[in-house]
Design a protein around this ligand. Structure first.
Ligand code: FES
Length: 155
């Protein structure tokens, strides 16, 4: 795992040629590595690719799948794409926001659960879909999802 500027610089040099076209692949790499995009890592990436940090940050915040703040211990993402929205995704999101007492995107004060909306997970036939720590639950209901959260909070 990349933990400091020098290691990240070496990793970027090895895997990403200095080209503007490498920005998005590099951001996805960082997101995979850290679970979000730390400011310092975006700075290093900008220096490596020759792109102003403001532009790196602008790109990072343009994609809903890229997170720029450190998430809680567990991440719950509710798909609100068209099929899921029509099948009750927004009711599930409302229920979780009430249960967790936060508004998506947001993290509980104890930093245990981050709740986010997600665009289509390409599992529309199983709508509505909820993702918990990278695992998907299809045909979710507000009741079934509510019972997932204490498990996440206790894990
Ligand atoms: S809209 Fe939710 S999986 Fe496609």
């Amino acid at each position: 795992m990349t933990t400091d500027r020098n290691t990240l610089r070496a990793t970027l040099r090895k895997n990403f040629p200095r080209s503007r076209g490498q920005l998005l692949p590099a951001l996805h790499f960082l997101h995979e590595e850290f679970g979000y995009l730390p400011d310092w890592a975006m700075e290093v990436t900008g220096w490596h690719l020759g792109i102003p940090v403001s532009e790196v940050y602008g790109a990072a915040t343009s994609y809903t799948e890229l997170r720029v703040e450190k998430p809680g211990r567990h991440v719950v993402r509710v798909c609100t794409g068209l099929s899921c929205w029509l099948s009750g995704g927004s009711e599930i999101l409302d229920r979780l926001q009430t249960q967790l007492k936060i508004k998506a995107p947001g993290t509980t004060p104890d930093n245990n659960v981050t709740l986010e909306e997600a665009s289509c997970a390409f599992m529309c036939g199983m709508a509505p879909v909820v993702e918990l720590d990278g695992g998907y639950t299809g045909r979710a209901t507000p009741e079934s999802v509510e019972s997932l959260i204490p498990q996440a909070a206790d894990a």
